[in-house]
Design a protein around this ligand. Sequence first.
Ligand SMILES: [Zn+2]
Length: 311
Amino acid sequence: MRAIHATLLITAALFGSQALNAADAAKPEQQPQPEQTMGPAAPPTKQKECPGNPDPLGVSRVVEIDTTGGPGFGFQHYRAYDFLQPKEVVLTFDDGPLTNRTMAVLAALNAECTRAIFFSVGKQAAASPEILRDVAKSGNAIGAHTMLHKDLSKMPFDQAKDEIERSISVIHRAVGGPTAPFFRFPFLKDSPETLKHLADRNIAVFSTDIDSFDFKPSKPDKLVKHIMALLEKRGKGIVLMHDIQQHTATAMPDLLKQLKAGGYKIVQITPKAPVQTLPEFDALIEKDIKGMPTALSDRPMTSVVKTVTGQ
Ligand SMILES: [Zn+2]
């Protein structure tokens, strides 16, 4: 086992069917909770059990990451921190939110009381902030994936910085609360300058261990088989998927069931502290966020707007 750098704090917290939640945190016999400023990342339910699911996939371990200095994760590009044990999996979803597809992915995760990281595109977050809020309120970490999903390695640094920082500001504003200092490059293409910028900003960079290639057309059952085969081969890893893809959304319930049946365990990643937006970029994104509510509502979108006839 590779030595784990001091910046990576592993919190061995059992989760899922023994959900860590606000009710637990209030109990005097519990360990005092570390300073918690990631409000929207709190688990969605106060029940210890997973509602409607007696044997959920859940979360086996919560790993807290101190993002100071911008550590990189995912062995396709960054080989410093091999923190996953055999059979441990981190689920990640890029490019959303997209209304029905992201909602379907979120419903599948919630049905199994499990968690993922969502790397949101700023333009999408501005278009569907209510979806991203629901994703955050379910306890998932929300990271950034640039404003317009362009290849940052092929543009001048100032433009790349703008793509990064605008997305962080928009996503933070869309969620209406703390978001994670986590970033993934579009097409996984970094550059020395952008990496240095993210390191200076104390933002962790995520590549992947297992690329599902679900951006290519496929059938849900083929996608599940493909991901399970890659996992069997590597034994563990950070899995890259896209919540904007229909076949991915459709595949998710079966994928989570097969992960459970295969003895895989989900590791939830949380940041030690939320991302700090830059005020000059908060000002620049005002036109993108016009009309968004200013505060995080407790009501999920599905309780406000509901289809009563039709599909
Ligand atoms: Zn992407």
